[in-house]
Design a protein around this ligand. Structure first.
Ligand SMILES: [Zn+2]
Length: 262
């Protein structure tokens, strides 16, 4: 499943490709046929990301809410697009570009109130200007869950996935199994700042890069997959050379250095 930076990048790219245009909207697969009729011929006013969710607003009554989930995928084409490939739920056709959406987990039209309710169910997204870290802190203070589990809870922090949680905790020297409420305020502040910084780098380079700039001679854009991360799927800690430990936490595999992360 894409992490938040990928979804924000999609919002930016889709705005660039088809935003501000009167679109033809269809559902080659048929499952979105009735809804497509409501959107076709309307101007796509904005594309917004919140965590792992996308909102395509065509007007006060019509916002398309998309959550890709595990199997959802967008495919970009030049206009006019070729024959649909597979089960295309939604096809947007603009003047120069077209986008096909296959296999989304959620794909539904919401009105303005529906958008407010949908976003209220999501946690604070470090990449959004309206994110309120105080609301995350309030939840952390009350939580008996390990911080490694809490970071994956999209109703608390939206957009952090399995790779980012391991990397963020490593860089802040916090052990993933620590009870969330044992965090000090300054530890949380640093954790939040690291989340913003790493997601912004991810958004800019369109990939997860967490190694500190000073630890590499190469430009960040030229790092290979092995060089981009500090702890995720690593055998040894790049700071102290101790073996990296791995176990299941919050139903996903976590990676940590027991020496560097207390
Ligand atoms: Zn270490």
């Amino acid at each position: 499943m894409p992490e938040g930076h990928t979804v924000h990048r999609m919002a930016q790219d889709h705005t660039k490709w088809i935003g501000g245009q009167r679109l033809s909207v269809t559902s080659p697969q048929g499952r979105f046929e009735q809804e497509a009729i409501l959107l076709t011929g309307k101007v796509l006013k904005s594309v917004e990301a919140h965590g792992k969710h996308l909102y395509y607003t065509f007007g006060a009554k019509h916002t398309l809410h998309v959550h890709l989930g595990l199997y959802g995928k967008f495919r970009l084409h030049k206009s006019p697009p070729p024959e649909p490939r597979g089960a295309v739920r939604v096809r947007f056709v603009g003047s120069d570009h077209a986008l096909d959406l296959n296999g989304p987990n959620q794909c539904k039209i919401l009105d303005k109130q529906g958008v407010i309710e949908s976003q209220a169910r999501l946690g604070q997204d470090p990449l959004r200007a309206d994110a309120d870290p105080e609301r995350v802190w309030t939840r952390i203070l009350k939580s008996k869950q390990p911080i490694g589990t809490l970071l994956l809870d999209q109703s608390i922090i939206a957009g952090i996935g399995n790779i980012y949680r391991a990397e963020i905790l490593f860089l802040n020297r916090i052990h993933p199994s620590r009870p969330s409420k044992s965090l000090m305020r300054d530890e949380f502040d640093e954790l939040w700042q690291t989340s913003i910084r790493l997601l912004e780098i991810g958004l800019k380079y369109n990939r997860i890069i967490t190694v500190p700039r000073e630890s590499t001679d190469k430009p960040l854009s030229r790092l290979n997959a092995q060089e981009r991360l500090c702890v995720y799927k690593k055998d040894f800690c790049f700071q102290c050379a101790a073996p990296i430990e791995s176990w299941s936490l919050g139903n996903r595999q976590i990676y940590a250095c027991a020496t560097c992360q207390h």
